[in-house]
Write a protein that binds this ligand. Sequence first.
Ligand SMILES: [Zn+2]
Length: 61
Amino acid sequence: MYCCDEHIELAIDMYVDEKELAPEIEKISAGQQELSTTCDLCENQAVYIVGNEHSVGTVDK
Ligand SMILES: [Zn+2]
């Protein structure tokens, strides 16, 4: 999921609740922000990617 600076802690909590493991947290770079991604929890510009967005479907454990 994507989240802004304000919701990063909440996003982590939600992820841990759901998956019962710590998420990967990746800060969105300036280049990636061209996509104008918004926070999943509000309308702010997303600053972080929480979870394993890049490895969906490739969980090997
Ligand atoms: Zn937010």
